[in-house]
Design a binder for this molecule. Structure first.
Ligand SMILES: Nc1nc2c(ncn2[C@@H]2O[C@H](COP(=O)(O)OP(=O)(O)O)[C@@H](O)[C@H]2O)c(=O)[nH]1
Ligand SMILES: [Mg+2]
Length: 360
């Protein structure tokens, strides 16, 4: 047969000088020069931006110290942007809209745009990274745009926590418009709502009929709503859906200022981008005028602290009292111990472990 065997194919391929030129030990990564990294980040280096985000997302304790130093520097100059959350069911058109709206903002408004994703399913699907880059060809390549897929590991709370830090990093790098795209899974909408200035909810043209099924809480969180895919045969259903959504909002939001409900089409010639941006900008302007913009960010910062504290207590509790917790859980499961005294005991074990650890 003409087909060469694997052995023949190997012939002529030069063997590498050694299997591992560094021996068996993996070469240690060069220590990050944090002030220099920060300087390069501020100067607009994309390489530095990538490195900074990798550092911030790293789970290694030695990286954490460096990341904290970097974040301290970033936070001192961060905050000079608008942060917009974008949510909606998978397939509603979030990424496609961000490409279309992003193009509008890049070309007509001269803005610098970062798109970050919070996707609790991305660790399982692995697909969203490629998908998002394909859906956002302009933003993926433009020198004033930056697309960051969701961190692929960790619990949702952890992913959201990292995203807050990544927001600080991209802001330090001069991005003035930060979008956080999230799927409507679990608590992700609430978590993203806690890190943005404006929360945009996307609904499908047929969702008027299905509003009952949309989580009421999500409607309450929305600052601006857009009905997507208002083109072709969807155009009329989209208009109908818009009216149904406006009607439904009366019940959800009461007499508060109603969120604008816009119609958008993100494919082909696209439509509604300018009007949608006006709605977002209008909302933010009203927030600023009422002092609500700053208040919302301050509340979010305090909530962030509390959330971190909760996470850390949880981690130290699990580390200190893991065995006892399991033993107590068995008693609670068997009904021989009530949850409340069990939690008291757990608290006591934890406090004692804190004291002994403190003495080391
Ligand atoms: N006709 C039409 N299709 C759209 C529009 N926006 C998105 N799509 C399509 O809807 C599908 C899902 O879009 P995608 O942006 O990936 O949704 P995501 O999961 O919410 O990010 C893709 O096939 C898009 O081409 C639109 O405005 N009009
Ligand atoms: Mg998407």
């Amino acid at each position: 047969m003409d087909q060469p065997s694997a052995l023949e194919v190997m012939q002529g391929v030069e063997a590498p000088p050694s299997f591992n030129p560094h021996g068996w030990r993996r070469p240690s990564r060069p220590v990050v020069d944090v002030p220099r990294l920060f300087e390069e980040l501020q100067a607009g280096s994309r390489k530095a931006l990538g490195q900074a985000i990798t550092l911030v997302e790293s789970a290694k304790p030695s990286d954490r110290m460096l990341a904290d130093r970097l974040l301290e520097m970033c936070l001192a100059v961060a905050g000079n942007s608008v942060r917009i959350g974008v949510t909606g069911t998978p397939g509603v058109g979030k990424s496609t809209l961000l490409e279309a709206l992003g193009r509008h903002l890049l070309e007509d408004e001269g803005r610098k745009i970062a798109v970050l994703a919070v996707d609790p399913t991305s660790a399982r699907t692995h697909g969203s990274i490629l998908g998002d880059k394909n859906r956002m060809p302009t933003l993926s390549q433009h020198d004033r745009a930056f697309v960051r897929p969701s961190p692929a590991c960790g619990a949702l709370g952890g992913v959201a926590y990292q995203t807050r830090e990544v927001i600080a990093v991209v802001e330090a790098a001069g991005y003035d418009t930060v979008f956080v795209e999230t799927v409507g899974v679990g608590q992700s909408e609430t978590l993203v709502h806690q890190m943005v200035d404006c929360f945009l909810l996307l609904l499908l043209p047929n969702s008027g009929d299905e509003l009952q099924g949309i989580k009421r809480g999500v409607m309450e969180l929305a600052d601006v709503i857009a009905i997507t895919k208002a083109d072709g045969s969807h155009e009329i259903p989209a208009k109908v859906a818009r009216q149904q959504v406006i009607n439904a909002l009366m019940y959800v939001k009461g007499h508060e200022p109603m969120p604008d409900v816009q119609l958008v089409s993100s494919v082909g010639a696209t439509s509604g981008m300018d009007a949608l941006w006006q709605s977002i900008a209008g909302f933010l302007d009203r927030q600023c005028a009422q002092g609500a913009f700053k208040a919302r960010r301050s509340d979010q910062a305090v909530e962030w602290m509390s959330e971190l504290f909760r996470q850390r207590v949880q981690i130290s509790l699990t580390a200190a009292a893991y065995d006892q917790k399991e033993a107590l859980a068995q008693k609670v499961r068997a009904g021989t111990l009530m949850p409340r005294p069990a939690s008291d005991q757990l608290l006591q074990i934890w406090q004692e472990s804190l004291l002994t650890e403190g003495n080391h």
